[in-house]
Ligand binder design. Structure first.
Ligand code: ADP
Length: 196
């Protein structure tokens, strides 16, 4: 069974995925798989060339991420086509990896860490979705410290994501990360005890 793990920027989703790994659970990271499927020589690159032109590949065969971003920036149709191609490739690879792991994995539940899980509509593929959430001010403070971004830059990123209210309504399990590490740990342990 695959459980989705999601949360907006600064919510503490990555911290929760670390806790789950430390407890012995398998957690696949959609961002990591995103790097794999766009690596040099991957079939997805040919699909992206077909869609966006050969200029998006550098001389050394690597994807020119900045060029691709510039080509699609502000163009909703192109952005949608790009997201569809990349997300499909990530999902295919993740399913393959989950399948392989399920052959040897003694625990039945594995987690899929996806920052934009609801935005991509992947909640419908998950047995359950666990949402990590925290008040906006706390999230901003954490990201200011972690990434050195300004408050306005972080607010802009937050605005691009689905609202916490909507995600909270849809989630099966909500992990409130509004305190320190000890509180987060006990929240995760409670979620495990009640759902696994
Ligand atoms: P996300 O992956 O949701 O963007 P992270 O898990 O990377 O968020 O957390 C953002 C920052 O806040 C990190 O530097 C992390 O160490 C810190 N952090 C998260 N949760 C807590 C907590 N409960 N107590 C203290 N620091 C935290």
């Amino acid at each position: 069974m695959i459980y989705g793990l999601t949360g907006g920027i600064g919510s503490g989703k990555t911290t929760v995925s670390k806790i789950l790994r430390d407890k012995g659970f398998i957690v696949l990271d959609a961002d990591e798989i995103g790097k794999e499927v766009t690596a040099k020589g991957e079939p997805l690159l040919r699909m992206l060339v077909k869609e966006f032109g050969v200029d998006i590949i550098q001389e050394d065969g690597e994807l020119d991420r900045r060029k691709l971003a510039n080509l699609t920036f502000g163009d909703r149709e192109k952005t949608n086509r790009l997201n569809e191609l990349v997300q499909t490739a990530i999902l295919c690879r993740a399913i393959g990896q989950f399948h392989k792991l399920s052959l040897t994995e003694p625990r039945k539940v594995m987690f899929f860490d996806v920052p934009l899980l609801y935005e991509a509509g992947w909640d419908r593929y998950m047995e359950q979705v666990w949402l990590v959430t925290a008040p906006e001010d706390v999230r901003i403070e954490r990201v200011e410290v972690r990434d050195g971004l300004s408050e306005e830059e972080i607010r802009q990123r937050i605005r691009l994501q689905m609202s916490e209210e909507e995600k909270s309504q849809r989630a099966d399990v909500i992990i409130e990360n509004d305190g320190g590490m000890a509180k987060l740990m006990s929240q995760v342990e409670k979620a495990i005890a009640e759902n696994l």
